[in-house]
Design a binder for this molecule. Structure first.
Ligand code: 5GP
Length: 181
């Protein structure tokens, strides 16, 4: 995000009800693909925590769901991609051959996701799928495969539903655009 001023909430881009409906669809797709199998859902902290917890709860008993988390160095408060991804916390366990669904809040340049995909692929998972709630195609810098996507959004800075600005607004149930205060 450019500009040096402070930001306030602008308008709602995606309502909680729309997000819930889309998550139910994605959960059904995942159930169809992984029925009867064990899958480790790996969320990228902190942004994906809320999305991931709703996603796994929308998946029925037909899938053997496991949860893990990773943390990477983030944009901090500045909101511009450095292109450098540092692993702050790795997955707790990794067994070769396991099914992994990487869960991320938003794909902006794609640098974070492509780095994490490469890293996980190098560990020889059985399958690796990537699930992203939001994609900003206008900002894409690297090609990066997404298997399950919630919404395509315009190049606007968004908060809520796990996404923050300077640590704020993650708890909001809807997704909002911010504007200069
Ligand atoms: P990428 O590596 O794809 O450029 O960046 C992904 C990360 O950038 C996301 O996980 C998120 O932390 C941050 N990010 C990108 N766009 C937004 C946005 O609109 N709002 C918020 N809150 N974070 C964003």
């Amino acid at each position: 995000m450019s500009g040096s001023g402070d930001y306030k909430l602008g308008s709602i881009l995606l309502k909680k009800s729309e997000i819930e409906r889309r998550i139910a669809d994605i959960a059904s797709e995942i159930e169809r693909e992984y029925r009867g199998q064990e899958v480790v859902f790996t969320g990228v902290l902190k942004g994906a925590a809320i999305f991931m917890s709703d996603l796994v709860r929308a998946i029925g008993e037909s899938v053997d769901v496991r949860m893990d988390f990773m943390a990477v160095s983030s944009y901090g408060d500045a909101s511009t991609s450095s292109g450098v991804v540092k692993i702050v916390k790795d997955m707790d366990t990794f067994a070769e051959g396991q099914n992994v669904v990487l869960v991320e809040d938003i794909m902006d340049t794609g640098l974070t996701l492509s780095y994490l995909q490469e890293m996980i692929r190098a560990r020889n998972p059985g399958t690796l799928r990537t699930c992203v709630l939001l994609e900003k195609p206008d900002r894409k810098k690297v090609d990066c495969e997404i298997d399950y996507k919630g919404f395509t959004i315009p190049d606007k800075f968004v908060v809520g539903y796990g996404l923050d600005y300077a640590g704020k607004w993650r708890h909001l149930p809807d997704i909002w655009c911010v504007v200069e205060a």
